[in-house]
Design a protein around this ligand. Structure first.
Ligand code: BES
Ligand code: MN
Ligand code: ZN
Length: 509
């Protein structure tokens, strides 16, 4: 989809679908009033009758029949003007775009004047919401050619103030980089595990490297053995797919220290010998969502040419049972030298991450952020509305939290008090890989913390936010791409803060 910015009168704009956002309390009433008048008062009658309430997320399609140039007019509710947030803007454009596509529109024009406080951020939010709300995964559908023909091909953000066009174009560029990267991550996570193996992900990283001038290195089993990556090798031992340790470097930050992003990349989690129940096991293809988010964020950072040095680390393997598989009772020696007793082969994420975090320390990074579909317990603790956040550094946690609020990919902190460490003490090794049911998010993070040395570190548990069974305004059912927008916002903020270019924008949803 092509996204444009244009200036001109709303009434005369030819389009298959005109989106007119409106507030409950008539904040952007000037343009709404004009369109209402052109339609002979049809909008105000509709609202008066109570058939349409401009609540957040409400949409209503009207057919102007020649009274304005648009073929369809979609009213998109924004709620109260005083309560407007970027997330509400994304909601509105996401729902509007999907509804107009369903109605048959092949292009969109969105009226943006007067709906947000900042022209760049408003343009970004509207473009991002629409691009993400239109997401579909059709690769494996053989009869959807018709559907593909019905895709929306262009979207135009329309302003009547010519002076805003440049600023809005900047917002659109940012939205395109971020939305495309999120779509890439969603596609990877949606793909069947047979087609999204460690080798395929390594190839994907190499392809990104060619397009964006990244440096990619893929460690094979032999090299993992040399480095002593017993965690990753232990988990990989039951799989016929060779594991890969994927290293992606983006270096546009001069002499600045690296930011390390570490993503759990289990391309299928059967549980291994501690095998999972059959029900919902298919969903365990999403266990590489952390790795997909890291690749997505680096892609976006590169597309936005952020002045940073970033390294992405993806320990990639399946977790499978088999004659050679690692077993409960085994003790793995990790790259850091620390040993882990295995109580449950289904607690595999922390094992591969232990090696990846140790590898991250070799960069002496300014920050380490890991992102992982780590524990079902996180969904019990927080449900699907927040990812779990734990870490060692308050300043870093604040930055991640702010990025979460701004992007709508919200995080909520859980404690990492020393008392919790008792739960992962082992009788025969340095630690054990499960700490029991109580506080499962926390004991998993406690284990990870043993591998980050003194570097500022934050862990994000996205186990139940990486996938949604519920249709959301700009997140259709399925893979959410969780983490791409959050990490990209974090990186953008970090770049601003560390180069003192531009103004630090306060977190706003
Ligand atoms: N990949 C799973 C976590 C998960 C669960 C992700 C549900 C998405 C939805 C992880 O590897 C796992 O199996 N964790 C275990 C840990 C337990 C054995 C200590 C869990 O959460 O049950
Ligand atoms: Mn598991
Ligand atoms: Zn897992």
């Amino acid at each position: 989809m092509k996204i444009n910015v244009a200036t001109g009168k709303v009434e005369t704009k030819k389009t298959g679908g005109l989106v007119l956002p409106l507030f409950e309390d008539g904040k952007n009433s000037a343009v709404v009033g004009r369109i209402d008048k052109a339609l002979g008062g049809a909008i105000s009658r509709l609202i008066k009758r109570g058939d349409f309430k401009p609540k957040p997320g409400a949409v209503h399609i009207m057919y102007p029949e020649g009274r304005i140039a648009a073929e369809r007019l979609l009213l998109a509710g924004l709620g109260k003007g005083s309560e407007i947030t970027l997330n509400r803007l994304r909601h509105a454009s996401g729902k509007a775009a999907a509804a107009l596509r369903a109605a048959g529109a092949q292009d969109l024009v969105i009226v943006v004047d007067g709906i947000g406080p900042d022209a760049e951020e408003t343009a970004q939010a509207m473009a991002e919401g629409a691009a993400l709300g239109l997401y579909r995964f059709l690769k494996y559908k053989t009869n959807e050619e018709q559907d593909k023909k019905k895709d929306i091909r262009t979207m135009t953000l329309l302003t009547e103030k010519a002076s805003l066009v440049n600023t809005m174009q900047t917002g659109v560029k940012i939205a395109e980089a971020i939305a495309r990267s999120t779509v890439m991550a969603r596609d990877m996570v949606s793909s069947p595990p047979m087609d999204m193996t460690p080798a395929v992900i390594a190839a994907k990283a190499r392809e990104l490297a060619r397009s964006y001038g990244l440096r990619v290195q893929v460690l094979e089993r032999r090299q993992m053995e040399k480095l002593g990556m017993g965690g990753l090798l232990g988990v990989a031992s039951g799989s016929a797919q060779p594991p890969k340790f994927i290293i992606v470097e983006y270096r546009k930050g001069g002499k600045k220290p690296f930011i390390a992003l570490v993503g759990k990349t289990i391309t299928f989690d059967s549980g291994g010998i501690s095998i999972k129940p059959a029900e919902n096991m298919d969903k365990m293809k999403d266990d590489m969502s952390g790795g997909a988010a890291v690749l997505g964020a680096i892609r976006a950072a590169a597309a936005l040419k952020l002045p940073l040095n970033i390294v992405g680390l993806l320990p990639a393997t399946e977790n499978m049972p088999g004659g050679r598989a690692y077993k409960p009772g085994d003790v793995l020696r990790t790259m850091s030298g620390q040993t882990i007793e295995i109580l449950n082969t289904d607690a595999e994420g922390r094992l591969i991450l232990s090696d990846a975090l140790a590898y991250a320390c070799r960069y002496e990074p300014a920050a380490i952020v890991d992102i992982a579909t780590l524990t079902g317990a996180c969904g019990i603790a927080l449900g699907q509305e927040a990812s779990g956040m734990l870490g060692t550094d308050d300043a870093l946690k604040r930055k991640i939290k702010a990025a979460g609020e701004k992007t709508g990919e919200r995080v909520w902190e859980l404690p990492l008090w020393e008392e919790y460490y008792d739960q992962i003490k082992s009788d025969i090794a340095d630690m054990k890989n499960t700490g029991g049911r109580a506080g499962g998010v926390i004991t998993a993070a406690a284990l990870l913390s043993k591998f980050v040395k003194k570097y500022p570190w934050v862990h994000l548990d996205i186990a139940t936010t990486a996938w949604t069974e519920k249709e959301r305004p700009y997140t259709p059912k399925g893979a959410t791409g969780m983490g791409v927008r959050l990490l990209t916002q974090f990186l953008r903020d970090y770049a601003v803060e560390n180069t003192k270019v531009g103004v630090w924008k306060k977190g706003r949803r």
